[in-house]
Every structure is written in structure tokens, then in C-alpha cells.
Design a protein around this ligand. Structure first.
Ligand code: KG4
Ligand code: ZN
Length: 338
């Protein structure tokens, strides 16, 4: 089954061809960071308009590069939510329009399910069940993944997402938006122990997180310190986030007994976080799977993969949807999926 995947939930336009037999044939991502940088965050209307401009040329380009024609497709998957309504509508309208024209099934995919299943794009891929840590700009969640569509929320952030905390702290350090990767680069030259920062909820008896206090502590520190201290502040912040995430992941392994662990979402690209998670996992005999960095951030490949798995399942149940009316779901709890 050859599927075109379309991702347009936020500020990245992603497309991919995934074949159930041959795996990923190719993918393209166009990121809009430059457009939103001046505003310090994503401007929804600008995001939608850029998706309109980029989506079809990206599909055409990928199609040529992979030698795949639209008539070769067996189905189309698009991100139906959660995300920005206008941005989602661009992907949805394109997918449903193509489905109608080509008379092939179309499937709306949950963006976070895409992230959760993205490790299946790596070799070796984890088997089910596994624990997943989803750490992106909008989410920080520990999930139990028993199979496709079987997700149980174990814990999540009570305020800012980890990526959001990285971005806000990066902004305080004058690193622009989105600043997670730039903060990590600055932290490389820093001493993580010079400035002790709080470890929010490290010892709470649950699997929840909190990051907004950390950002406030950094703000105070920046006020008291000078330019030369920025690398040490960045390193201290990164260390605090990585320590808390690794500690809660360990707690999740101990509480559930699962021995496979997957890291997904943009913050999963962070090297220090990976070091701490791998260290904790080695100690406890847990195997960790990281999607390749280009599949940690938003991309079309994870949507094509999730769509292929769902379309295959649906084919067995009932006739799949072709064209027709559609809605997007800007808010969509992952646990509603079956
Ligand atoms: O999953 P993603 O591409 O988008 C969604 O939020 O859905 O994640 C983007 C987030 C941003 O907050 C970005 O700053 C962060 O991931 N990020 C990083 C790194 N690379 C991206 N945070 C820390 N270290 C990195 N190397
Ligand atoms: Zn994402």
C-alpha cells in the first residue's frame, strides 16, 4: 500500500511517500521558521498562507525525485489535528481533493499518533508495547503504547511544554525563535553545575511535569548575570530539563514494567537529554529507541506511516472513505483514538 502523507498542523509543511512493503520512499519538509522569527512565535494566518504556497510544489518535487506518480498511490493521509485550524485545513483540503480526483481513500491522522509511531521508521523498530516520551513545542507526555490506537496517558506537563520552555528560555537569552536547538548549541560551551536551578516536580509521586517555574528562575538569573554567563545559564537550564525528564521516564519504566522506551517530538533531538535517558535506561535494562533527528520534528513521513497502518486496518473492517466532506480537529485528545 503506497501512501502520500501530508503534515501541515503548525509551521512545517511536510510530505512523504510511504509504502507498507518497501518502507519510506522519500520525504520533504519546508520549515517556516524565518517567517515567524520576527514575531517570537507562530502567526497562524501567515502559517496557513505559506502552506498554501508550498504544499503542491513540495508534492510535485517529491514525486519527481521518487519516480512516484499520483496515479501510483493507494491512499492519502493528512494531519487532521491537533494544531492550528487554518493550517490544518490546507492539508485536509488538499488531501481530500486529491482523494476525490484520484478516487483513492483518504485518512485523517492524529498528529501525536504520528510522533508516537515515528520510531517505527527506524531500523530496528521497537515492538509493542512501549513507553513513549513525547516532548515537543506543544506537548510533554508520557504514554503507554500497547499497539496502534491503544494509548494510555501516564503523565503530562501541568503548565508549559518542554519545547515551549526551551523556546521561551532561548528568547530570554536572545537566541530567536524557535530557540531549542540554538540553546542546546550555546549550552555546549557551558558549565551545567555553576548555577543550580530548581528541578520542578522531580520528587512528586506521579509522572507529571512542570516547566514554567524553571523559566522564571532563568529570567532572574539573566537579570543578575552578564553576557559571558549565557553559556552556563543555557547549560544549567538544559540540565534541569533533561534530569527531570529522565527521572520521570525511569519512574514510568519501574511502574509499568515495560522495557522498551521511545522518544518522540522535537525536543527528542536534544543530545544532553538523549545522554541522560540512555544512561538511565542502561542502568535499568531498558532499550531506548530514538527516531532519526529529521523525524523527531514535524514531518510528513510519520503521518504517511500512521495513515498506512490505519488504512490497512480500516480496509479489513469496512470500505475506506474517498473524498467527501471533512473537518479538522484543532483540539483532539489522543486517548479518544481507538
Ligand atoms: O515536534 P516539533 O517539531 O513541533 C511541535 O511542537 O509539534 O517540536 C518543536 C520543538 C520546539 O520547541 C524546538 O525548540 C524544540 O522542539 N527543539 C529542541 C531541539 N530541537 C528542536 N529543543 C531542545 N534541543 C534541541 N536540539
Ligand atoms: Zn509535532
Amino acid at each position: 500500500m503506497l501512501i502520500l502523507g501530508i503534515e501541515s498542523s503548525c509551521d512545517d509543511t511536510g510530505v512523504a511517500f510511504y509504502d507498507s512493503g518497501r518502507g519510506l520512499l522519500g520525504h520533504r519538509v519546508h520549515t517556516q521558521s524565518d517567517i515567524h522569527a520576527d514575531y517570537g512565535g507562530v502567526v497562524p494566518e501567515l502559517a496557513s498562507r505559506d502552506h498554501v504556497r508550498r504544499l503542491l510544489p513540495l508534492i510535485r518535487d517529491l514525486s519527481q525525485a521518487c519516480g512516484v506518480g499520483l496515479s501510483d498511490l493507494d491512499g492519502i493521509a493528512y494531519t487532521q489535528g491537533p494544531g492550528l485550524a487554518g493550517a490544518l485545513l490546507v492539508g485536509a483540503a488538499t488531501a481530500v481533493g486529491l482523494s476525490r480526483a484520484l478516487e483513492i481513500p483518504v485518512m485523517g491522522v492524529h498528529h501525536l499518533e504520528g510522533h508516537l509511531l515515528s520510531p517505527l521508521l527506524s531500523d530496528p523498530a521497537p515492538g509493542f508495547p512501549f513507553i513513549a516520551l513525547l516532548v515537543s513545542g506543544g506537548h510533554t507526555q508520557l504514554m503507554e503504547v500497547a499497539g496502534v490506537g491503544c494509548y494510555t496517558l501516564l503523565g503530562e506537563t501541568v503548565d508549559d511544554a518542554a519545547g515551549e520552555a526551551f523556546d521561551k528560555t532561548a528568547q530570554l537569552l536572545g537566541l530567536g525563535y524557535p530557540g531549542g536547538a540554538a540553546l542546546a548549541a550555546l549550552a555546549q560551551d557551558g558549565d551545567p553545575e555553576r548555577f543550580p536551578l530548581p528541578r520542578p516536580m522531580l520528587d512528586s509521586p506521579d509522572l507529571n511535569f512542570s516547566f514554567s517555574g524553571l523559566k522564571t528562575a532563568v529570567r532572574l538569573l539573566i537579570r543578575q548575570r552578564g553576557e559571558a554567563d549565557r553559556p552556563d545559564i543555557a547549560a544549567a537550564f538544559q540540565e534541569a530539563v533533561a534530569e527531570v525528564l529522565a527521572a520521570k521516564a525511569s519512574r514510568a519504566w519501574r511502574e509499568t514494567g515495560h522495557r522498551r522506551f521511545v522518544v518522540a517530538g522535537g525536543v527528542g533531538a536534544n543530545h544532553r537529554l538523549r545522554e541522560r535517558l540512555s544512561h538511565a535506561a542502561d542502568r535499568e535494562g531498558v532499550q531506548v529507541y530514538y527516531p532519526p533527528p529529521q523525524f523527531c520534528t514535524d514531518n510528513g513521513a510519520m503521518i504517511a506511516l500512521a495513515g498506512a497502518l490505519r488504512l490497512e486496518r480500516q480496509k479489513a473492517d469496512a470500505a475506506a472513505t474517498i473524498g467527501g466532506s471533512f473537518t479538522v480537529r484543532p483540539r483532539w485528545p489522543l486517548e479518544e483514538l481507538r
